[in-house]
Write a protein that binds this ligand. Structure first.
Ligand code: FES
Ligand SMILES: [Fe+2]
Length: 417
């Protein structure tokens, strides 16, 4: 399983200020007034205008969602590539894939080919998966094990520590320093079952980035669970639509997921925001209403973690799935589900498959609604939405964290212009 989406174009910031026109009207008059139903805009104004449409200082009771252009404008998607995916820790694999010397995983992060590889000295290192000769991908498998990293194009060899070891037929080349032509490093680290990399050389350490999540997840002892299977979904919606759907505090569960709803004590559902994570949690109730769900979603509580920007970790007793949400373009995302169980012996296979099928059914229910939302976000009838104080604090946190990163990156690029 490769944790990469298709590559994305480099950002060209358009800083010219124009008025946002009818879209602005639609947002500021949100509430069903006729002003909403103006003809749809052809251009959406500058990035600066679009960023300014979101008021990150509003309290939850006063807040709007991030406005529709944030979900449909390709320039916002490009800014996100730099501001969000190019600066945050991104999951690229599972720890058991890089346990032994020479084991590696490859992925695409913010459009960059990357790898994490375990050295002979036991150290896990991250590199750009880009040959220093003519830029081919050195490692072409999603994961595996190698004693040397061998570029398939012209046969250059790199050690597991990234050092350039050999270049066939390169005698006579002047002013070439082999020491300075190793693979370009990047930050890599592990937490619980997961491998992360970060493209930002100035990024804070992984544990600092995860903040309170580390202690919140620890009691669940997910390290005891074993990987079982993965499913990939390609969805016709912006990646943030999928994240929003996850973070609505169970708001949609009774309406959209009847099976799942039958095992949750919906009224007792809690939402906790801290640092860059949100924990949505619910006591569980025994139910025979939906047999497969009742049989495979067990324990005292359901735990649904989200770590900014794009990682979800869902736990029940003896069960975990992770959801990694990867932007493809402003209109599409890819979501990778990894399923883990307490028992993965042959005897447990049937039960685990039944459990995965329950997850897939919930996922299918979510897909249709996410794609409908993406269509609605493009409608002349929609500008931005309000948030339920009881349910949607997680979305509010997501939108504020995103706005902070987007505005900071925009200011950096504008200052450098
Ligand atoms: S591009 Fe890797 S050896 Fe030429
Ligand atoms: Fe859902």
């Amino acid at each position: 399983m490769c944790y990469g989406g298709p590559s994305e174009p480099k950002l060209k910031l358009e800083t010219k200020v124009t008025t946002l026109g009818q879209r602005q009207d639609a947002i500021t008059t949100a509430g069903g007034t006729p002003a909403l139903l103006k003809p749809r805009m052809i251009t959406l104004g500058s990035i600066k205008d679009i960023l300014a449409l979101y008021d990150a200082k509003a309290t939850l009771a006063d807040a709007y969602t991030i406005p529709a252009p944030w979900y449909v404008d390709s320039r916002i998607a490009e800014l996100e590539t730099r501001a969000v995916f190019g600066k945050t820790w991104q999951m690229v694999g599972r720890i058991e894939q890089v346990e032994k010397p020479g084991q590696f995983v490859t992925a695409s992060v913010a459009g960059e080919p990357v790898m994490a590889v375990r050295g002979n000295d036991g150290v896990l290192r991250g590199f750009y998966n880009v040959c220093r000769h003519h830029a081919a991908a050195v490692v072409t498998e999603p994961c595996g094990q190698a004693s040397i990293l061998h570029c398939p194009y012209h046969g250059w060899n790199y050690g597991l520590d990234g050092a350039l070891k050999g270049m066939p037929e390169f005698e006579g080349v002047q002013n070439f320093d082999r020491q300075k032509n190793g693979l370009v490093p990047l930050k890599a680290d592990v937490w619980e079952k997961f491998v992360f990399v970060n493209l930002d050389p100035k990024a804070a350490p992984l544990r600092e980035f995860l903040g309170g999540l580390v202690n919140r997840v620890a009691p669940l002892v997910v390290s005891k669970l074993h990987y079982f299977d993965s499913h990939t979904y390609d969805i016709h919606c912006n990646w943030k639509v999928f994240v929003d759907n996850f973070l609505d505090g169970g708001y949609h569960v009774p309406h959209l997921h009847k099976g799942l709803s039958s095992v949750l004590d919906y009224k007792q559902y809690t939402i906790e925001n801290e640092d860059r994570y949100c924990l949505q949690s619910s006591p569980m109730v025994a139910s025979t209403e939906d047999e497969a769900t009742g049989a495979t979603r067990k324990g005292d509580r359901a735990w649904y973690f989200w770590q900014y920007p794009n990682l979800m970790i869902n736990c029940y007793e003896g069960y975990m799935d992770t959801n990694l949400v990867l932007p493809v373009d402003e209109d599409h995302c890819r979501v990778i589900f990894d399923f883990y169980f307490g028992e993965v012996s042959d005897g447990a296979r049937k039960y685990n498959e039944q459990s995965v099928a329950v997850g897939n059914r919930v996922q299918d229910e979510d897909l249709g609604i996410c794609e409908a939302v993406q269509r609605g976000l493009k409608s002349r009838a929609y500008g931005a939405g309000r948030l339920s104080v009881r349910r949607e604090a997680g979305e509010h946190l997501f939108h504020r964290l995103l706005a902070e990163d987007m505005n900071a990156e925009f200011a950096r690029v504008a200052a450098a212009d």
